[in-house]
Design a protein around this ligand. Structure first.
Ligand SMILES: Nc1ncnc2c1ncn2[C@@H]1O[C@H](COP(=O)(O)OP(=O)(O)O)[C@@H](O)[C@H]1O
Ligand SMILES: O=c1ccn([C@@H]2O[C@H](COP(=O)(O)OP(=O)(O)O)[C@@H](O)[C@H]2O)c(=O)[nH]1
Length: 238
């Protein structure tokens, strides 16, 4: 076992990445590939909590939400994350991985509510815990939910699996000359307004001294390398 392997991590999975090549919803082969990677790290004995996004179904700030009351649109976005959480739980079941979904919004017939001690117990029992409905509050994001739940679960690190392979000096989708950092401090990320995660999430992790690693969801083996503390993507440190 590598000396640096993390024992308990909070993995943030992008909702948008679940779309794969599609323009909306959940792409079957993408979710299967993701859950194969997740199940292989769970088999190593790593305690894994997951926060899943919802951007593949609905975003409170999307053009489709224009003219809507922002809080209403955000509640729709949170409901979208519940759908993704159920799809992820089901896909993990096919990999013979036991997962529990806990929602920050009460939808009792569908998922159990978030109860911190229960979530901690699941982790100790080596069950994957999937946190749905973000923080349960409008005007927040699932990145902030990842920071919050990561801190509550006592995770050693927040692993953000996203479309880009790290944090760049500028948005690499807009500026092809942008260069990737292998390590960067929270203060620098915030001062330079690097937008791969929102400022609330960065600030919460900085205050809780909870490091973040940003890596590509599409790179085979990247999750394993991130779990093993290897130089993958970008590490944001205190
Ligand atoms: N400095 C930066 N480095 C990397 N990505 C950035 C940067 N600034 C903006 N981005 C954008 O952030 C996106 C990832 O954030 P986001 O869309 O919120 O991801 P997710 O859906 O995974 O939560 C990337 O696709 C990229 O276009
Ligand atoms: O605590 C939260 C988390 C999410 N959302 C809403 O849910 C949507 C989907 O989450 P997010 O955009 O973070 O998902 P991802 O970027 O991972 O696809 C957001 O746009 C918000 O509208 C929210 O209101 N509060």
């Amino acid at each position: 076992m590598p000396a640096q392997r993390h024992k308990r991590v909070l993995l943030k999975l992008s909702g948008e990445a679940l779309m794969g090549e599609d323009s909306y919803g959940i792409n079957r082969s993408t979710i299967v590939r993701m859950t194969e990677e997740v199940s292989s790290v769970v088999r190593l004995g790593v305690q894994l909590a997951i926060v899943i996004g919802g951007g593949n179904i609905f975003r409170g700030v999307a053009p489709g939400a224009q003219g809507m009351d922002r809080a209403t649109a955000d509640y729709m976005g949170m409901m979208a994350t519940v759908m993704n959480a159920l799809a992820l739980q089901d896909a993990l079941k096919h990999q013979k991985v036991d997962a529990r979904v806990q929602s920050a919004l009460k939808i009792e017939q569908v998922v159990e509510p978030y109860i911190r001690p229960k979530a901690l117990r699941y982790l100790e029992e080596s069950k994957v815990v999937i946190f749905a409905a973000g923080t349960g509050n409008p005007f927040f994001t699932t990145d902030t939910a990842a920071a919050l739940r990561g801190a509550e679960m006592g995770a050693e690190i927040v692993l953000k699996a996203t479309k880009v392979d790290g944090i760049y000096s500028a948005d690499p989708n807009k500026d092809p000359s942008a260069t990737r950092y292998s390590r960067i401090s929270f203060d620098e990320v915030i001062a330079r307004r690097l937008e791969v995660m929102d400022a609330t999430a960065f600030a919460l992790c900085r205050d809780q001294k909870l490091p973040i690693r940003v890596f590509s969801i599409n790179k085979h083996g990247a999750l394993q390398r991130a779990i093993d503390g290897e130089d993958e993507g970008t590490l944001v440190h205190v």
